[in-house]
Each structure stands twice: as structure tokens, then as C-alpha cells.
Design a protein around this ligand. Structure first.
Ligand SMILES: *Cc1c(COP(=O)(O)O)cnc(C)c1O
Length: 386
């Protein structure tokens, strides 16, 4: 098959590209380029926070810090009145340093080292996820006054990055964890779930809320009075027209929440949806080759440098400043590891060469936060714009 025929026929429908793409291009043109960059637009962060709220007025958003823990980004979201969700001691430490009220911080990692729990409790964090008997016992030992929410397993079908299997109780396991809460006298206040990251299937939230309602029933049978529903994360960034918008997903969730008692606090933990479209990563071609008739582009950052999601499941748009006939390229990172291969069939101009820049919009989440220094290549430098 020639390169020209290698077009994927499932190519996604484009949507309007975020404004930060143009800003990134202009900035690089003026300031030059020394290393991989991640430009982040504060204005887009604010827009995303407001869109999320408008889509689900009853749902209080808690930003999942892991998706982008840059302090400047957290500050903008904090100013917008967004709350936070953490998974570790150091994520929490940044929020405490910012003056975030610990009462509103949710510690949703179901598995927590003893000293992290101790740190969180001694700094006033009240809310913790659990999904195993051993973790309930641990919480009882370090934080008998804590309020717990049970993570249940739900369908991750239609998510670009499924998370099921690693966390969440399934079936009868829920009863064992609830019984352990009873036995240790813990406050079991609610339920959470995660539908998988970049989830394109709104049914997962609807089914998750229904599963939570059944779990509330089982809690009441044990004498608990549940009062928290935590919808978790997974809200996608709309980088193609076939990705549902946050208002589409919000409508489904709002309809389902109409069946939930008004006494419930409902929160969600969006990560990607709040930051992805605010970011545009810039990378440079450092080498090209033709191997077995296939064209290869080697970039100055790859799987280990923040582009771990640059694959066929996510379908990030990759934008070059060149024009000309489009052919199929394989995109790879600069390290010597054979794992460091990104896309196998990316259409880009035939004339691409070393020194060319590529622009990747929608990359504000899970890029800089996941980057390593493997093989001595620097991770993207984050530049936060006003
Ligand atoms: C990662 C994570 C999130 C955020 O997921 P997104 O797909 O970025 O929205 C929320 N809650 C928990 C518990 C997580 O682990």
C-alpha cells in the first residue's frame, strides 16, 4: 500500500480549534523555540469552568489536580470558585499552600499510604474514598472521624482511557465494605464512580447514577443516611465533532439527577474537561527517516515527554505550518526506547523536515503532568498566558 492510500477512513470530523493554537503560533514566531512548550490560556480555563457549571447547575466541580497540577493553573481555577480533588500528599500540599479550605478538598484515591492519611487528616481534610475492607480499617486507625464515600465499579465502555478493574467494588464486595464501615463505626456518607477518561458515552454516567442509587438503598438498610453523590471525572474534551459536548452530557446527567433526593450534595471531579482545550503543546521535528517504505518523523518529545496519549484512541489533531500534499507519517519520540512511538498513520505534508514545528491543541491535560526526563530529554515547559 502506498503512503497516499494509507488514509484512515475513520478520520474524525474536525471542530473549531481553540484560540490558544493561534496564540501559541504567534508567540513562537516572536520568542523563538528552544525546547518543547505547553502554552496554557487562563482565559480558556475560565471559559471551561463556566461551561461546566452552566451545563450542570446542581453539580459542584472539584478539579482533579493530577490532570495538570501547575500552581498557576490551580490559582485560576480557584479564582473561578472551582474546588479540588487530590490523590496524594504533594497534590494536597500545593492546595493548602494556596489557602484552599481543606473542608472542601476530596481525597478520592481509594488506596492511600498511612502517612498520607495522617498528613491529610492533620490538615483538616474530611472526605476520603474507599473501596476495600483493608482501606476502611486503615481509615479507622488514622482518621476515625473521617467521612467516607464508597467507590463502585461502573461501565467504562466508550472511554478512550478505561480505568475499570483497578478500582471500585463489584457486586457483593460493596456489602463487605459497607459492613466494615459499620463494624468500625465510620461515617459512610456516599458513593463515587469513574466512567473512564475521555468518555464519549453519556450512558455511563446515567448507569453510574442508577448504580449509586441502588447502593444508597443498601446503605439505608444498614442504618446509614447517605448524602453525597460524587460523579467522578471522565468528561471529555470536544476535539472532534463526534465527541459529545459538556452540555449534551450535562442534559443526560441533569435528567437523571431529578430522581435524586434534594438533600444530596452532588459533586464531580473533572480533570481533562477543564484544562485540555486551554493547552497547546509545541514540539519540533529533530529527524526524519524512511524505513521499509514508511516515513518517520522523530520529535523532540514523545511518550516519555508528555505525549503518552498521542495515539489512535485519542486522535489529537496534529498541525503543521507547512502546506502541500499530505502523506502518511509515523510519529515517534526522541528516546532510544522502542515504546516511544506515537502515531502510525498521521497525515502531514510530504515536505516535512528537521526543524519544523508541530502544534498540538487540546493538550492541557495529562501532558506536562506525565512527562519524565528519560534519556535526558527535557519535559515541556509550561507557559501560562493571561
Ligand atoms: C483521574 C481522576 C479524575 C479525573 O479524570 P478526567 O478523566 O481527567 O476527568 C477524577 N477522579 C478520580 C478519582 C481520578 O482518578
Amino acid at each position: 500500500m502506498s503512503n497516499k492510500q494509507a488514509r484512515r477512513d475513520d478520520r474524525p470530523l474536525p471542530v473549531a480549534l481553540p484560540a490558544v493554537l493561534t496564540t501559541a503560533r504567534n508567540r513562537v514566531a516572536i520568542m523563538g523555540y528552544q525546547q518543547p512548550l505547553l502554552y496554557v490560556s487562563s482565559e480558556q480555563l475560565r471559559i471551561n469552568a463556566r461551561c461546566f457549571r452552566a451545563a450542570m447547575p446542581r453539580v459542584r466541580p472539584h478539579f482533579a489536580v493530577k490532570s495538570n497540577p501547575d500552581r498557576r493553573i490551580l490559582d485560576v481555577l480557584h479564582e473561578e470558585g472551582i474546588h479540588f480533588e487530590v490523590a496524594s500528599r504533594s497534590e494536597l500540599a500545593v492546595l493548602l499552600d494556596m489557602g484552599v479550605d481543606p473542608d472542601n478538598i476530596f481525597y478520592s484515591n481509594p488506596i492511600k499510604p498511612d502517612d498520607y492519611i495522617h498528613y491529610a487528616v492533620s490538615h483538616g481534610v474530611r472526605w476520603y474514598a474507599v473501596d476495600s475492607v483493608a482501606e476502611v480499617e486503615k481509615m479507622h486507625r488514622h482518621a476515625p472521624q473521617a467521612s467516607l464515600y464508597l467507590r463502585i465499579s461502573v461501565s467504562n465502555l466508550g472511554a478512550a482511557w478505561p480505568l475499570e478493574g483497578k478500582f471500585g467494588v463489584i457486586g457483593r464486595e460493596a456489602e463487605a465494605v459497607m459492613d466494615a464501615c459499620m463494624q468500625y463505626g465510620m461515617d459512610l456518607a456516599g458513593v463515587t464512580f469513574h466512567v473512564g477518561s475521555q468518555c464519549l458515552n453519556s450512558d455511563n454516567w446515567v448507569e453510574g447514577i442508577r448504580a449509586a442509587q441502588r447502593t444508597f438503598g443498601a446503605m439505608r438498610q444498614r442504618g446509614y443516611r447517605p448524602r453525597l453523590l460524587n460523579l467522578g471525572g471522565g468528561f471529555p474534551v470536544q476535539m472532534h465533532a463526534d465527541v459529545p459536548s459538556i452540555s449534551d452530557i450535562g442534559k443526560r446527567i441533569n435528567d437523571e439527577l431529578a430522581n435524586l433526593d434534594n438533600g444530596f450534595t452532588v459533586i464531580a471531579e473533572p480533570g481533562r474537561n477543564l484544562v485540555a482545550s486551554a493547552g497547546c503543546l509545541v514540539t519540533r521535528v529533530v529527524g526524519t527517516a524512511i524505513r521499509n517504505g514508511q516515513r518517520w518523523l522523530y520529535l523532540d518529545t514523545g511518550i516519555y515527554g508528555g505525549l503518552m496519549e498521542l495515539n489512535d484512541r485519542f486522535r489529537y489533531p496534529v498541525i503543521s505550518e507547512r502546506v502541500g500534499e499530505m502523506v502518511s507519517w509515523t510519529l515517534a519520540g526522541p528516546t532510544c526506547d522502542s515504546l516511544d512511538i506515537c502515531l502510525r498513520n498521521q497525515l502531514l505534508p510530504e515536505s516535512m523536515q528537521s526543524g519544523d514545528l508541530l502544534f498540538l491543541p487540546f493538550t492541557g491535560a495529562y501532558t506536562s503532568s506525565c512527562a519524565t526526563r528519560f534519556n535526558g530529554f527535557p519535559p515541556p515547559m509550561v507557559v501560562v498566558l493571561s
